[in-house]
Design a protein around this ligand. Structure first.
Ligand code: PEP
Length: 249
């Protein structure tokens, strides 16, 4: 049975004080639901977030990681470092990493393999740019992003993978994909996994939608059959908005 998940990507927002405040607010609003709630604060606040959420069902994720264990990679963070501060989930392939830090499929494949070797859960992001969709190339772009970074995996690896479809034109723009556009792509992705693996894996993998999800539009998007939750950016920075999105699932 696939899980329902709402994950908040805080990006480069919230210093230590703001992190503490937002987490305290989330804990106060926390409800026991069957939705897995994840937050991804910035690296320097992961330890504090883990400590604060020790007795909570809210999980902490990193926004990125390096593929090596340790070594001469100035400014980078390894999987073992993340695990040592209680973080067992990592977001990989976010469009901002792809765009501003030139992360390509080959690099992401190495990061995926490393995270799996370390028994981490991966939220793997992908999605087309507007220029791709405008020429009806969006299915091919998404297929290649998934295929190049994930389709070498073994069947058993898929229990650690969460897919996150995030059309780049919808991220931080206020312009969401329509629920029908999201469903169309999620169903395409599920079918792709089925064709390359099997129907058990494709039915079990959670596929999140990301791109300007707000309390006002969450219910409609989450109502679609193949949408198993959301990856939330801007709206995750406010406890009321984030929990309203969680409760819409
Ligand atoms: C994101 O960056 O993953 C995202 C979905 O951002 P926003 O919700 O702000 O569009």
């Amino acid at each position: 049975m696939r899980k329902k998940i709402v994950a908040g990507n805080w990006k480069m927002n919230n210093d230590l004080g703001a992190t503490n405040t937002l987490i305290s607010e989330l804990i106060k609003k926390e409800k026991t639901t069957n939705v897995e709630v994840i937050i991804a604060p910035t690296f320097v606040n992961l330890l504090e977030a883990s400590k604060q959420l020790k007795d909570s069902s809210i999980k902490v994720a990193a926004q990125n990681m390096h593929f090596a264990n340790h070594g001469a990679y100035t400014g980078e963070i390894s999987a073992t470092m993340l695990k040592s501060v209680g973080v067992n989930t990592v977001i990989l392939g976010h469009s901002e990493r792809r765009e501003f830090f030139s992360e390509d499929d080959n690099l992401l494949k190495q990061k995926v393999d490393k995270a799996l070797n370390e028994d981490m859960q991966i939220i793997f992001c992908f999605g087309e740019k507007w220029e791709d969709r405008s020429i009806e190339n969006h299915f091919m772009v998404v297929e290649n992003q998934i295929k190049n970074a994930l389709f070498h995996l073994k069947n058993e690896n898929w229990k650690s993978i969460v897919l996150a479809y995030e059309p780049v034109w919808a991220i931080g723009t206020g312009q969401t994909a329509s629920p029908e556009q999201a469903q169309e792509m999620h169903s395409f992705i599920r079918n792709l996994v089925k064709e390359n693996y099997n129907s058990t894996i494709s039915e079990d993998v959670s596929i999140l939608y990301g791109g300007s999800v707000k309390p006002e539009n969450a219910k409609e998007i989450f109502g679609k059959n193949d949408v198993d939750g959301g990856l939330i950016g801007g709206a995750a920075l406010n406890a009321d908005n984030f929990m309203a999105i969680v409760n819409a699932l």
